[in-house]
Design a binder for this molecule. Structure first.
Ligand SMILES: [Fe+2]
Length: 215
């Protein structure tokens, strides 16, 4: 039987502090926006795609600007991750550099790279919602290797502000569609969780070299 993709969503708006929209948009305004090179090991972009333009708020900026998000990641959201996961216990990342980051897309020229995840459970907390565009598109074909191939057969997760979705993105290639309006901004938090059968120590070292210049 072919593997089937599924996900779990929780409405966590009541767990977010008052004024979270302002806090998030202020931090997202300082996103590192540029052409990001293909991610080693995990990319599922077509061979001719060298870069994808997108925005990233790095973990240290999140820690500084949204301290409540880091607390939710290690507290209430971790409890929900344990509800969503077949394998328990789920644990948060010990390394603060990749526990929680924000992905930011502005206007119609950005999207997120086609890739698979290395961690067994990812929490996606959407801070914005959009009439059309900005969907997380998850390909059903595990061998899909481009936007076109993912779009042939897929499930879409539509951003809804205040909703937290948990996915196991290790096998199904996924990416985020561009927005459809120039004035639109898409922001979500990406949170990495781990399990005993797929611990943090299995994170490919090439990723840390690529992102943080580690040896
Ligand atoms: Fe992912």
């Amino acid at each position: 039987m072919p593997s089937r993709f599924w996900w779990t969503t929780f409405d966590v708006a009541d767990l977010l502090p008052q004024g979270w929209q302002c806090d998030v948009m202020a931090v997202a305004a300082d996103a590192d926006v540029r052409d990001f090179p293909r991610t080693p090991v995990l990319t599922r972009e077509a061979a001719d795609v060298a870069h994808v333009k997108r925005g990233r708020v790095h973990a240290d900026q999140v820690k500084q600007g949204l301290p409540w998000l880091r607390d939710l990641y290690r507290g209430p959201f971790l409890d929900l991750a344990n509800l969503a996961s077949a394998e328990k216990p789920v644990v948060a990342a010990a390394d603060d550099r990749y526990g929680v980051v924000l992905n930011v897309q502005r206007g119609t020229s950005m999207r997120f790279e086609c890739h698979v995840d290395s961690n067994p459970l990812t929490g996606l907390l959407f801070f914005t919602e959009h009439e059309k565009g900005g969907e997380l598109v998850v390909g059903h074909d595990e061998s899909a290797q481009s936007v076109e191939e993912i779009e042939k057969d897929h499930s879409d997760i539509r951003p809804q502000a205040g909703h937290l979705a948990f996915i196991d993105g290790r096998n199904q290639p996924h990416y985020a569609r561009p927005l459809t309006r120039d004035s639109d901004v898409r922001v979500l938090a990406v949170m990495n969780y781990y399990t005993e059968s797929c611990p943090e120590s299995t994170r490919p070292p090439e990723l840390n070299r690529h992102r943080f210049g580690d040896d």
